[in-house]
Design a protein around this ligand. Structure first.
Ligand code: FMN
Length: 508
């Protein structure tokens, strides 16, 4: 890692017209009303809608400074705060934006849209004509170099985690506006790069296509498998900025990116999530936008805060995917991420290692084996598939499996996310390596917001020792399950040396 070549966290397209969005709005529904489909009226699509959509998903959330250093934070979290994820919007003619359909790059620094290309009405109709109501397309890309600059080989998976968090952030923001969001899996990476105007980017600073989301008002259920891109001809405006003065090559990143390319449409196990009970409301519900924009990672946990059992169950319940549960409804596959939970400080729960099965798979029990207790904990809601494997003081284990980071031991509980690895890659193709990390990031976004709603904090932990985690949980026999992400939830210690400035103070 060379500080002198630290990549610019802001991609800009010089020469593109910038449409500044207003920002500043935190008025909207309570957090309790955006976690399930159907509780909100859908808002009309206009420039204020687009403003709020980005302000509540990918915008800056604050600036932090200490003497000699200033950096920004965003609504979506990112490994090392390096922010490899870029966002693109495709929409029809909008008063306040272009008067034709257009492709825009979202610039979080400005909270503005850089107009990259105008589309013909025919092209736009070809994309969303079958949706049958107001709609937008939102694409995500990753600049791997932003993460590989610091993390080398681990960078690829961090970019995928971050994309998953961004998908979750967009889904929650759409929910605040009463809209649906759905991941489109019928486009290949080549088609997506073309659509987002990044196909000509090459070299280490290039953006790589991640995914495309269809946002719609929910009045009609679009046929997502019929969605196609049809090679749009784009006349692009704007030249991308250079991010670093020099680079360090990580050939393995290019190798894994090539191996995980999505080369064709995916039509896999369209999920049939079970209906789940309505999520239980919490006291002190905060306006969703405030909670979303106030989300922060704990840098340290205090080692003493506890939560009660009901709060613990509420957080895990919100992580369960159900047909109408937000943000999980955005992903079109049967959930493949399950949790091993290390309980440290939950009142009324024995400390120990637990498992939360997020979707029906007999394989998890088969792999972990019947030697574990598989005991349903006391007071656990019937629909919550949580099982105690064994009582233990798991603080040391949580810390050592999380690259010896104290935050994993000093919170109320920590999580190791176990992905259904072998079968997913064999049946759905290598690109599903990315999809599994998106799912992990997406459910991570839920943990962040649920922790905030319960008055505690959380932190995604991308640095972990996988073999050690597999041994501890008892899934080390083969690669049917692989740990893909760790998390911690607890009482945060604030760093009082930091000064906080508002997100867009620089815009005056
Ligand atoms: C994928 C991912 C991995 C992360 N890994 C770690 C980690 O291993 N240790 C840690 O202290 N923080 C970790 N974080 C937290 C980030 O450092 C944090 O999101 C970033 O500094 C931005 O701060 P914010 O989340 O408060 O906006 C991770 C975050 C993400 C999204």
């Amino acid at each position: 890692m060379d500080w002198a070549t630290q990549p610019d966290p802001f991609r800009r397209f010089k020469g593109a017209t910038v449409h500044h969005l207003a920002g500043g709005c935190t008025v909207g529904p309570d957090y309790g009303d955006i976690r399930e489909v159907g509780r909100m009226e859908s808002e009309p699509l206009d420039v204020s809608f687009i403003d709020r959509l980005f302000y509540w998903s990918l915008a800056l959330s604050a600036w932090k400074s200490i003497p000699g250093a200033t950096w920004s934070l965003r609504v979506n979290p990112s490994s090392g705060n390096l922010h490899p994820t870029e966002g693109y919007l495709l929409c029809g003619p909008e008063a306040g934006l272009a008067d034709t359909p257009a492709l825009y790059h979202y610039s979080p620094h400005e909270h503005g849209l850089e107009e990259r290309a105008r589309l013909s009405d025919e092209t736009w109709r070809g994309l969303v004509g079958s949706v049958g109501g107001p709609s937008l397309l939102l694409g995500l890309t990753s600049i791997h170099w932003r993460e590989s600059w610091k993390y080398g080989e681990r960078a690829y998976r961090y970019c995928q985690h971050d994309a998953g968090h961004a998908i979750g952030a967009v889904r929650y923001a759409a929910a605040c506006l009463g809209w649906r969001a759905e991941l489109i899996t019928s486009v290949s990476d080549v088609e997506l790069a073309q659509l987002l105007g990044i196909a000509d980017q090459a070299g280490i600073e290039a953006e790589h296509p991640d995914c495309l989301l269809l946002l719609h008002s929910g009045d009609h259920q679009p046929d997502l498998d019929r969605f196609s891109v049809n090679d749009p001809e784009l006349t692009l405006v704007g030249t991308r900025n250079a991010l670093s003065s020099d680079h360090h090559d990580w050939p393995v990143i290019d190798a894994v990116a090539a191996a995980c390319k999505k080369t064709a449409a995916w039509v896999g196990d369209r999920k049939q999530s079970p209906p789940l009970p309505t999520l239980s409301p919490k006291p002190n519900m905060t306006p969703a936008a405030e909670l979303i924009r106030g989300r922060r990672s704990a840098v340290a946990m205090d080692g003493k805060t506890t939560i009660d059992r009901a709060a613990f169950y509420r957080i895990l319940d919100a992580c369960l995917p159900g047909a109408r549960r937000i943000p999980h409804d955005v992903l079109p596959w049967r959930p493949r991420i399950h949790f091993a939970v290390f309980v440290h400080r939950v009142e009324g729960m024995p400390a120990g290692i637990y498992v939360l099965q997020r979707s029906a798979t007999p394989m998890l029990r088969e792999v972990i084996g019947e030697e574990a207790a598989w005991k349903k904990p006391e007071g656990c809601p019937d629909h919550l598939p949580l099982f105690l494997l064994g009582e233990a003081d798991a603080r040391r284990i949580a810390k050592s499996t999380s690259c010896n980071q104290d935050i994993a031991a000093d919170g109320c509980f920590a999580i190791a996310m176990l992905g259904e690895f072998r079968d997913s890659l064999a049946n759905d193709g290598p690109w599903f390596y990315r999809a599994l990390h998106w799912e992990a990031g997406l459910v991570g976004q839920t943990i962040y917001l649920e922790a905030e709603a319960e008055g505690v904090r959380s932190t995604g932990i991308g640095c972990f020792f996988d073999d050690m985690t597999h041994q501890v949980v008892g899934c080390d026999e083969d690669d049917r399950f692989q740990v893909l992400y760790h998390f911690t939830v607890g009482g945060a210690v604030d760093d009082t040396r930091l000064q906080t400035l508002s997100a867009y103070h620089h815009r005056g």
